[in-house]
Design a protein around this ligand. Structure first.
Ligand SMILES: [Fe+2]
Length: 296
């Protein structure tokens, strides 16, 4: 596998204060490096995992995928060139800004600006902004993202060539088709891909160790009357119990606990499901259950 895990995300927003209150108040992230045009969110021992940049439009600026080493980056470049895609080296300023040793920048087939990198700055102390425990990261990476694109076959090809393996496929009414869930480490999925009319980042998922902390975050979202895009529920594939809120950058943020870890990657058997969740997750992507699903 070339890509080892989700490294970081760069997002944009018109008012940085929105991410400051959302990131600290709901997520519990530590706010660092706040200036007039950016702030960063720390959730573990990495320097930062979410970099928030001030811009006219809310959205995604870049997705950082950790490849772990120079040989892996060279392998990635071979794949990129083999597919006829263009790339460039990240400048010294860009590497310094992300606090990585080296990065290669390109657009994936979903027109996402991606940064393949290694040598992230680690060993920092995470102090959550509210009373809570740790996020589940480490060798599992930062979490997972759902990417939607009209270029579904091309994006599947690209990330498969980067070493992602299929975990399962799930039929989703909202997409009128299957979404594919893929792993690149022991996290059940670090990437989900679906076909849609437009290129969009559907959601970012962050996993918290304690279900109690996820429940407390749900309480905060309810009390603060945040936009809950999917209610608390349990996914069929990674077994995560989670809920979704609309982040200030326009994509959903999923906060959950209890994610399945694939112990033996070589013996994983691919399955398919007909709905994304056992229960809950009302709104958004959840298929509407038919009455017979509740009877014997
Ligand atoms: Fe998810």
């Amino acid at each position: 596998m070339i890509i080892k895990g989700l490294g970081y995300l760069g997002v944009t927003v018109a008012e940085l204060a929105e991410w400051e209150s959302y990131g600290a108040g709901l997520v519990g992230a530590q706010i660092i490096d706040k200036t007039d045009d950016q702030l960063k969110l720390r959730i573990d021992d990495h320097y930062s995992r979410i970099n928030v940049h001030k811009a006219d439009q809310p959205g995604i600026a870049y997705i950082g995928w950790d490849v772990g080493s120079e040989p892996a980056l060279q392998q990635a470049i071979e794949v990129i060139e083999g597919l006829g895609m263009s790339w460039r080296d990240g400048t010294q300023e860009e590497c310094q800004a992300r606090k990585v040793l080296r990065m290669v920048k390109l657009q994936d087939p979903g027109e996402n600006e991606i940064e393949l990198h290694y040598g992230a700055s680690i060993g920092h102390q995470f102090k959550p902004s509210r009373d809570m425990g740790e996020f589940v990261t480490g060798e599992l990476g930062m979490g997972h993202v759902l990417l939607l694109t009209p270029n579904f076959d091309a994006i599947m090809e690209f990330y498969s060539r980067m070493g992602f393996r299929l975990s399962e496929s799930i039929y989703m009414d909202a997409l009128q088709g299957h979404a594919h869930f893929l792993h690149c480490n022991h996290r059940q999925h670090s990437l989900a891909l679906g076909a849609a009319p437009h290129n969009v980042l559907g959601h970012l998922m962050l996993e918290i160790k304690s279900m109690i902390d996820v429940g407390k975050a749900y309480d905060i979202a309810m009390y603060e009357e945040m936009k809950i895009t999917m209610t608390m529920g349990q996914h069929v594939n990674d077994k995560v119990v989670s809920f979704y809120t609309m982040s200030p950058s326009g994509f959903d943020l999923e906060l959950g606990a209890g994610g399945l870890v694939i112990e033996d990657l070589d013996s994983w058997s691919v399955g398919q499901y007909e709905d994304i969740s056992y229960w809950g997750h009302h709104g958004g992507l959840r298929n509407r259950p038919s009455p017979e699903q509740f009877s014997n």
